[in-house]
Design a protein around this ligand. Structure first.
Ligand SMILES: Cc1ncc(COP(=O)(O)O)c(C=O)c1O
Length: 396
C-alpha cells in the first residue's frame, strides 16, 4: 500500500486567498432546489440565456468541420478582426487585430496582465466595493492591493482626488464601468481625467469594460477613446451571453502585446478553440437583435426593481446604471449579510449574494441582487421577499 502523504502536500502561502463566498450561496441554493424545487436565483452574475443562435451554429460548424486543436496563443485572426471591428463600431475607436490578445475569459486576461505589467510588491488600486477576483488574484501574485473607498457621492467610482491622496502613485489602477457589484458607470469626463493622471504618473490604467453594451441611459466611454497608454478588458460573457465559452480579450499598448502573448502561450497555450469560433459569430451584426432583446429584458427588470425595492423597504442602493445588479444596503435589517442571505433562502427560496465578497469593510450590511433572470422570476422574488419576516426591521 502506498503511504498516504496527501496531508503533507506542500501548499503555498500565496494560495491562501479569500474564497468567493457566493459559491457557498450557490451550494445552499442547489441543496434547497433539490429539497423544495422552488429556488429563484438572484445571485448569479451571469445571463440566464444561452449564446446567441448564430454563435451556437458556428460552434456546431466548427465541431463538424474543424480539428479544434490548439490555435495561435493570442487568438485566431477572424476573432481578433471581429473584436477590432466591434470596438470600432461600439466605441468609435481605431483598433487593429494586432492590438488584441484573446484569453480564456477576461479572468485569464487579468492573470496574464497582472503578471505582464506588475512585479511583486507593486501597489495596484481598485475600488471598494469592487470585483473580488482582482483583489484575490493580485494578492496571490504578490501585489499590494490599495482599496479606494468609493461611495454614492462619486457613483462608487474612483476619482483623481482619491489618487492624489495616496502616498505615492500606484503601479496600476483598475476601473470597472459598468461595475460589479454596484452597476454604476464612471462619467466619461472622470474617466478622461483618470486616464490623463495615470499617463502622467506612470500608472497603468486597466479599464474593465466587460459590461459594455449593458447600460440604461448613461453613456459608457472606452478608456481607449482618450488614452491608448492603458489596457481595455473585454469579454463575451455578459452582453454576449456566453459565460461558459470562456473568451475574453485585452486591447493592449504595443509594449505589453508581446509579453502578454508569451505569457498566455505558457499559461494557457491558447483560448478554447470552439469558444473562439462561436465568439467571432456572436460579435457580428447577425447576433445583434437577439442580444439587444436580452438588454431590453434587463431594462424592464431594472424598472421593476426600482419600482418595487422601496416597497420592500430597500431604499438605499447604488444607481444601477448598467450591468444587471442592484447593490442594496440592508443595515436596518442585519449586520451579518451572510447569515441573512442563508436565512432568506431557507425562508422563501430567494438566493441573493451577501456583500462580503465585494466590500471588506461594509459588506456585512450589503447584498447584491442580480436581475439577469426573467421578469416573472424577479417579480416573484420580490413578492416572496415582501412576505418574508426577514425584510421587516427588528425593533429592539
Ligand atoms: C467586473 C468583472 N470583471 C471580470 C469578470 C470575469 O468575467 P469572465 O472571466 O467571464 O470574462 C467578471 C465576472 O463576473 C466581472 O464581474
Amino acid at each position: 500500500m502506498p503511504s498516504d502523504r496527501s496531508s503533507r502536500a506542500r501548499v503555498s502561502a500565496r494560495s491562501a486567498v479569500e474564497p468567493f463566498h457566493v459559491m457557498e450561496v450557490l451550494k445552499a441554493a442547489a441543496a434547497r432546489q433539490r429539497s423544495h424545487g422552488d429556488v429563484l436565483m438572484l445571485c448569479a452574475g451571469q445571463p440566464s440565456t444561452p449564446a446567441p443562435a448564430v454563435a451556437r451554429e458556428a460552434a456546431i460548424r466548427a465541431l463538424d468541420c474543424d480539428v479544434l486543436g490548439y490555435t495561435e496563443s493570442s487568438g485566431i485572426l477572424p476573432l481578433r478582426e471581429a473584436i477590432a471591428r466591434h470596438h470600432r463600431d461600439a466605441a468609435g475607436i481605431e483598433v487593429s487585430p494586432e492590438d488584441v490578445v484573446v484569453f480564456p475569459g477576461s479572468s485569464g486576461a487579468f492573470t496574464a496582465l497582472f503578471l505582464a505589467a506588475f512585479d511583486v510588491g507593486d501597489q495596484v488600486a481598485m475600488t471598494r466595493p469592487g470585483y473580488p477576483a482582482y483583489r484575490n488574484s493580485l494578492a496571490a501574485l504578490g501585489c499590494e492591493v490599495v482599496e479606494l473607498d468609493c461611495g454614492p457621492d462619486t457613483r462608487f467610482q474612483p476619482t483623481v482626488e482619491m489618487l492624489e491622496a495616496l502616498p505615492a502613485p500606484p503601479a496600476g489602477l483598475i476601473v470597472a464601468s459598468p461595475a460589479n457589484p454596484t452597476g454604476t458607470v464612471v462619467d466619461p469626463d472622470v474617466l478622461r481625467e483618470l486616464a490623463a493622471w495615470c499617463e502622467e504618473h506612470g500608472t497603468l490604467l486597466v479599464s474593465d469594460e466587460i459590461y459594455h453594451g449593458l447600460s440604461y441611459g448613461r453613456p459608457t466611454a472606452s478608456a481607449w477613446a482618450t488614452s491608448r497608454a492603458g489596457v481595455v478588458v473585454g469579454s463575451v460573457s455578459k452582453y454576449f451571453s456566453m459565460t461558459g465559452w470562456r473568451v475574453g480579450w485585452l486591447l493592449a499598448p504595443p509594449a505589453l502585446q508581446r509579453p502578454l502573448e508569451v505569457l498566455t502561450g505558457n499559461l494557457n497555450i491558447c483560448p478554447p478553440a470552439i469558444g473562439q469560433h462561436a465568439a467571432a459569430a456572436a460579435l457580428g451584426e447577425a447576433a445583434r437583435a437577439e442580444l439587444d432583446g436580452h438588454r431590453e429584458r434587463y431594462a424592464a427588470n431594472r424598472d421593476l426593481l426600482l419600482r418595487r425595492l422601496p416597497e420592500i423597504g430597500l431604499r438605499d442602493y447604488a444607481p444601477p446604471d448598467g450591468a444587471f445588479y442592484a447593490w442594496c444596503d440592508i443595515g436596518h435589517l442585519t449586520q451579518d449579510s451572510v447569515t441573512w442571505c442563508r436565512d432568506l433562502l431557507d425562508d422563501c427560496g430567494v438566493a441573493l449574494t451577501p456583500g462580503v465578497d465585494f466590500d471588506t469593510v461594509a459588506g456585512h450590511r450589503k447584498v447584491r441582487l442580480s436581475f439577469a433572470g426573467s421578469t416573472a422570476e424577479v417579480d416573484e422574488a420580490l413578492d416572496r421577499m415582501a412576505a418574508s419576516p426577514l425584510l421587516r426591521p427588528t425593533t429592539s
